[in-house]
Design a protein around this ligand. Structure first.
Ligand SMILES: *Cc1c(COP(=O)(O)O)cnc(C)c1O
Length: 364
């Protein structure tokens, strides 16, 4: 590690969170761990390694590039892509034995042909559209026939079928679930047996135990990021963000700080410079709202946040080598991901998935 600014990732807490999730779902429900977006900023390679040891059933990502990176690290991983894979990259699905999502007969044909040429079978999940209107097969009169075609393709294994909730409200979520369930019943009645059916993400899992079906797709909760109003699990935030002061000085009344001289000191002000900025993933709009914690005490960020640095008002305090906590778990007067997300007017997943490659991840 060649930088003071770093993320600390507590793998023991990850284990704790996995156990909490396991306790919440029935024994026969598979745990699909969502580690897209570099495991929500926590570092997909290390997080996958730990989750594999903990025996989660699937590692779920969004893109082929994420899936290939994981399979290159450990070909034993059971990796599934939940997003779309462009036709011209389908060969990588076969090469690395990745489970992929299919929602058109045309793409199923292409993958089936490619698998036949390679004397392989490709495992797929069908994405069903029930109202999110992002990806998925639309449900209409011809859907059964389409799925039958795919199901009968010799070199495809239709392992799963899934949909995704919009989480608007209970009524709308149950409508989506019933559309999905009705289609699944129709398939069963037509001798189409798809073993792994799944609907819920973290929030859906907590809200609707009756929708766990054969697998849950859990991201946020793994990392201890729980929707306060919708959460009941005892999960813990596993990430914290740290740095150290790079410079301290006293400015006189009228002196200014950072771009545009936007912050003007009214009195003599002791400022500290911190070596992190928006290029590390810290929201730039935290200007005049951000705070960091040193020894249980909060200090406001003053002046425009730069790409690589920002300044805080140290009041009367001086420090030498103290740990500066930019994001903590909320205890000891630290700013939690939750608090930062609220102040930055976004959600917690957005905050953590922004952390860039420049920030070293330290695993404990
Ligand atoms: C990202 C994602 C999830 C996980 O969502 P969380 O809210 O983080 O649990 C589940 N399913 C799909 C299809 C996703 O894209």
């Amino acid at each position: 590690m060649l930088r003071e600014t770093h993320l600390k990732i507590d793998l023991k807490k990850l284990e704790h969170n996995v156990n909490e999730i396991r306790k919440f779902i029935d024994d026969d429900v598979l745990l699909g761990a969502v580690i897209k977006a570099n495991a929500y900023g926590h570092g997909a390679i290390k997080v996958a390694e730990q989750l594999y040891k903990l025996g989660v059933n699937r590692l779920l990502v969004s893109t082929l590039s994420e899936a290939v990176e994981l399979k290159m690290d450990n070909s034993n991983y059971n990796v599934m892509i939940m997003g779309h894979t462009p036709d011209r990259f389908l060969e990588y699905i076969l090469k690395h034995d990745i489970i992929c999502t299919i929602f058109t007969v045309e793409q199923a044909k292409l993958l089936n042909n490619l698998a036949a040429q390679n004397s392989k079978k490709a495992t797929i999940h069908l994405k069903i559209e029930t109202g999110f209107n992002r990806l998925g097969m639309q449900i209409h009169k011809g859907t059964l026939a389409e799925i039958k075609k795919i199901y009968n393709m010799e070199h495809l294994i239709v392992e799963g079928a899934f949909t995704h909730l919009t989480l608007k409200n209970k009524e709308s979520d149950f409508l989506q679930e019933s559309k999905f369930a009705t289609l699944m019943e129709l398939l069963e009645a037509n001798d189409i047996h798809i073993p792994i059916k799944h609907i819920v993400d973290s929030i859906g899992m907590v809200l609707y135990p009756q929708m766990h079906l054969s697998m849950v797709r859990v991201g946020a909760l793994l990392y201890g990021l729980q929707s306060e109003e919708k959460g009941v699990l005892d999960v813990q935030q596993i990430l914290s963000f740290h740095t150290k002061l790079s410079h301290q000085k006293v400015l006189q009344p009228g002196e200014t700080i950072s771009y545009g001289n936007r912050f003007v000191c009214e009195t003599a002000t002791r400022i500290g410079t911190l070596p992190f900025g928006y290029a590390d993933g810290y929201p730039r709009n935290m200007y005049q709202k951000g705070e960091v914690t040193i020894g249980n005490k909060r200090y406001p960020i003053i002046g425009v946040i730069c790409m690589d640095q920002c300044m805080i008002d140290l009041g009367d305090d001086t420090y030498t080598d103290e740990d500066v906590i930019i994001i903590g778990d909320g205890r000891h007067n630290t700013v939690s991901v939750e608090e930062l997300a609220k102040k930055a007017e976004t959600n917690k997943n957005d905050i953590v998935s922004r952390f860039t490659g420049r920030v070293p991840r330290v695993y404990i």
